[in-house]
Design a protein around this ligand. Sequence first.
Ligand code: UTP
Length: 289
Amino acid sequence: MKKVRKAVIPAAGLGTRFLPVTKSMPKEMLPIIDVPVIHFVVTEALASGVEDIIIITGRGKRAIEDYFDDAPELEMHLSSNGKEKYLQLVQEISAMADLHYIRQKEPKGLGHAVLQAEKHISGEPFAVLLGDDIIRNDNPCTRQLININEERSASVIAVEEVPPEMVSNYGIISGREEAPSLYRIDDIVEKPPVGEAPSNTGAIGRYVFTPEIFDCLKETPTGVGGEVQLTDAIRLLKGRQPVYAYKFKGRRYDTGSALGYLEAIIDAALEKDGLREDLLRYMGEVMRR
Ligand code: UTP
């Protein structure tokens, strides 16, 4: 079995839940204080051992490419003004990784976005990290999935328990536990109505796939919301080969939702030198209101 060397980060969605700001700014570039969400996602992929990252972009997503690119004028300005600390910060970002960009001409869904990477992946297992989920853990979530892929030569998706009233926001799985926290998927349904979900175990934004997922994506018709759903392709795949779900270790922030975004910012602020005490004081004030 080949090793996972490549990762796809779909970031071409419209971000409608974050309008109006996403009218002119990709939601993947929303800042967690001073670092955009997608920076955390790229960092996770690299820390998991991925060497080659493909970001799926679309119209209005130029800011993502600019962020990871060299910035000669800015660097010159920082250098001539003696702002070495900032210069280093800016240079480190453009040196982080070898990134490739593929355009999804129309946002026809997450499944369609992943399919755009087929030629670049060329028959290897690969990781998918959604550009708006931050997951924190010493052993990165994607690495946890890669380890399972290497053990079982199979696709595996990260899942977590979601509140019952939230099941209709997720791809929901049912399956048999084959090892601690590891389930062989029997079924997976995209955004089931509350009360009809097979469980409350939901797929979050991390996956490792065998390359056969591409055939499944090509056969997947348009699904919920008029989009080609990755979940529907996984459903096809699990009929052809084992697909696993893993209750990952770590803390996830769904920064595509307002609450998840705020939680990510507050936790980042609590860890930032010089900000923690002031924030706690302010939060104490808020609680007394
Ligand atoms: P979401 O469904 O959360 O993103 O997709 P969205 O469509 O931008 O969000 P809303 O619902 O309109 O607010 C998860 C990830 O998949 C990407 C998104 O950019 C996001 O990172 N995506 C989604 C694509 O790349 N292409 C698509 O057609 C849809």
